[in-house]
Design a protein around this ligand. Structure first.
Ligand code: WT7
Length: 671
């Protein structure tokens, strides 16, 4: 098994590795004898057996590769890209030169001029190399006993049939296609079919309401919406087709045709430029309407495949299961593209992890002999053996050290390394992640940057801080998986991500370099400790993360105030045992309107209808007034403290226009 730091060894010294574009402080893992671990030296080492078989088996090996990846990104990434099929190799520099973001006009390009196709690389290439009969997808339905599977050859047939159908109804290269499907095999099939013909898919999570779907349809103007009649989620049926029909009334009424799979199972590939768009995925920001994050083909392909291989130490014999839905970026990069590019066997699960009971997940792990299990850190312990597991992955929210230990000890039987992968919709793939054979882990830390990624921590003024510190997490330079723009709004892309801290991509997250350190005032920046380990501490903007679903508080607020009886709304995130973060809404009603249970329900229903059930507030807090500065700005810092009942930490309330509203709010807290 794996040894924990407090029993066996500690890491002897810290080494500064100078690199071309920046520095990363890294462990020089000289392993000594017994040492008592402090909090900070709480290390969990990969077992010798694991390390020996790993792609990267020591910190030294990581450092060599990392050094090359930042000093010579063009060489590093073009070597990897050459393992894929290119109809024609790139004829221009591998990437835009040194990515100097200070100059404005952000234009990120990788492998420009290269012609390829990601569907071809996922399917045809793996089939040609002898994997035609390997299982590509094991599908497990919502109901027990309902299952299916497709080999790589069968998957290609299905993809081609749909691709031919799309072509027949007039979808061409560059056209947008909205996909509104649950986790059927048809969902990755639809994504791959679009990619095959050069169409740009935009998957909308099937938990979004018709209004949210309509908003996305209006923004990207797809030629087609792909959906299905209905889906069962747990014991409940959801009529997706009705939702789509309602959305189309709001957006673009058009012919609706039912897809009959009577199309030929071969379909020629549309070769696209590496910088041609692959997909749009809408995500929430801190203000305004959802942003269409645009990813292109070549860089995304190389990056998702490589991060998948190294962060999970993927081997061809693995059975891989990621519990994410393809409606989110995790399902794009690590259900569909990353694994299939590697020729992996992927488990796709339609249902909810708790149906018919909390043991469902482990049941599936045992049934398919899953070896790599990637999930959000909120699941349950049960009686199953889980003997097959060898690597665990965690994503979506900071995992606290005790949850980490539970995942490690119970789910992984103290045997499986945990890759706590930090990344975002915008980054395309993992940014800070363990390579499980290389580094000793620290429970709760995402550890070190992936190859080619240069994280920096900056202070409020945007000045880079070295060594142990906390601050805002930015990234210097660029990496192949980075998003290229916000669809239709390049200016918002530059303003949101590249203006806050000149010269860097700003993640919206905090980071810290000293275990456990928290930043006051509702900011939770990121932190890097003395050994160079990164501790992600959460968003610093008004974006919250509910069960791995990212949502802007502004969106929930705008849904709430659309209710005729709501005068004002302020939404904050609060810690939630199961969901990571819960949605907490302060509501001021219009003059003279009394509070009532009925009104509470109708406010919640409004959010469900406008956004989706997952965005429904967990708590409505009646607020005769909201704490505001004299200039009228809502003081969310105070609302967060009230929401989490940290009433003795309200801080300075003297700058409030009407200080008494705070007392009113406290009085009404449990009404
Ligand atoms: C935000 C991105 C791409 C992953 C799924 C969510 C938070 C993500 C971690 C992690 C701590 C994490 C960040 C980030 N986050 N992974 N391992 N540890 N926080 O993608 O919807 O684009 O949300 O999720 O706050 O900014 P997303």
């Amino acid at each position: 098994g794996m040894a924990t730091g407090n029993k066996l060894r500690h890491v002897e010294s810290l080494q500064e590795m100078p690199s071309g574009a920046g520095k990363i402080s890294c462990l020089n893992a000289v392993i000594l004898g017994e040492a008592l671990a402090s909090e900070e030296n709480d290390l969990v080492f990969p077992s010798d057996d694991f390390a020996r078989q790993a792609h990267v088996s020591s910190p030294q090996q990581y450092l060599e590769m990392y050094k090359r990846s930042v000093e010579d990104p063009a060489g590093f990434w073009s070597d990897i890209a050459s393992e894929f099929y290119w109809k024609q190799k790139w004829d221009q520099p591998v990437c835009s030169e040194n990515f100097d973001f200070r100059k404005g006009n952000i234009s990120i390009q990788w492998f420009k001029g290269g012609l390829t196709n990601i569907c071809y690389n996922c399917l045809d290439r793996n089939i040609e190399s002898g994997n035609a009969d390997k299982i590509a997808i094991y599908w497990e339905g919502n109901d027990l006993g309902v299952e299916d599977s497709l080999t790589y050859a069968q998957l290609l047939d299905r993809v081609c049939q749909l691709a031919n159908y799309l072509k027949a109804i007039g979808v061409k290269k560059g056209d947008a296609v909205v996909i509104y499907l649950p986790m059927l095999m048809e969902l990755p099939i639809a994504m791959l079919a679009c990619a095959r013909i050069g169409a740009v898919h935009s998957v909308v999570f099937a938990g979004f309401s018709s209004e949210s779907l309509a908003q996305r349809i209006l923004d990207c103007k797809p030629k087609v919406v792909i959906t299905c009649n209905a889906v069962k989620r747990g014991a409940k049926a959801i009529h997706l087709k009705d939702i789509v029909d309602a959305a189309l009334v709001d957006s673009a009424k058009n012919g609706i045709s039912d897809f009959v799979p009577k199309y030929p199972p071969t379909c020629e590939v549309e070769w696209v430029d590496a910088e041609d768009p692959l997909f749009l995925l809408y995500t929430s920001g801190s203000t305004g309407k959802p942003k269409g994050v645009l990813h292109t083909t070549g860089g995304y392909m190389v990056y998702t495949a490589t991060t998948f291989k190294y962060a999970f130490d993927y081997k061809p014999s693995d059975i891989y299961w990621c519990t994410a839905d393809c409606g989110w970026i995790t399902g794009h990069s690590y259900v569909t593209y990353g694994p299939l590019l590697n020729g992996a066997s992927v488990v796709v699960f339609e249902g909810a992890p708790t149906y018919p009971d909390a043991g469902r997940c482990w049941d599936i792990v045992d049934k398919f002999k899953v070896t790599i299990f990637y999930t959000a850190p909120t699941l349950y312990v049960t009686r199953y053996s889980r003997k097959s597991l060898r690597v665990l992955g965690s994503v979506g929210e900071p995992i606290n050290p005790s949850a980490w230990r539970w995942f490690f000890n119970v789910v992984g039987n103290s045997r499986c390394p945990i890759s706590d992968t930090w990344w975002q919709t915008e980054t395309g793939g993992f940014m800070i992640t363990p390579l499980p054979g290389a580094w000793p882990l620290k429970p709760g830390s995402a550890t070190f940057p992936f190859f080619g990624v240069q994280p920096v921590i900056v202070d409020e003024k945007g000045v880079e801080i070295e060594g142990e510190c906390s601050g805002y997490l930015c990234v210097k330079s660029s990496w192949p998986g980075a998003f290229r723009t916000l669809y239709g709004d390049h200016e918002r892309y530059e303003t949101t991500y590249f203006k806050p801290f000149a010269g860097y991509y700003f993640t919206g997250d905090g980071c810290s370099r000293s275990n456990g350190q928290k930043i006051a005032d509702g900011l939770h920046p990121c932190f890097r400790d003395k050994d160079g380990y990164h501790w992600l501490t959460g968003r610093v903007d008004d974006v919250i993360n509910v069960s791995g679903h990212r949502i802007g508080t502004a969106e929930v607020e705008s849904a709430l105030v659309s209710h005729p009886k709501c005068a004002e709304a302020a939404v904050v995130g609060v810690e939630h045992e199961v969901k990571g973060q819960g949605i907490y809404a302060f509501i001021t009603l219009v003059e003279g309107e009394p509070y009532s249970e009925e009104l509470r329900k109708s406010l919640i229903l409004t959010v469900r209808k406008q956004i989706g059930a997952f965005a429904a507030p967990d708590k409505i807090h009646w607020a005769p007034g909201l704490p505001k500065t004299r200039s009228g700005k809502i003081m969310r810092r105070i609302l967060r403290k009230i929401a989490s009942r940290q009433l003795d930490e309200l801080g300075d309330t003297s700058t409030l226009a009407e200080p008494h509203v705070v007392e009113q709010l406290i009085e009404l807290a449990d009404r």
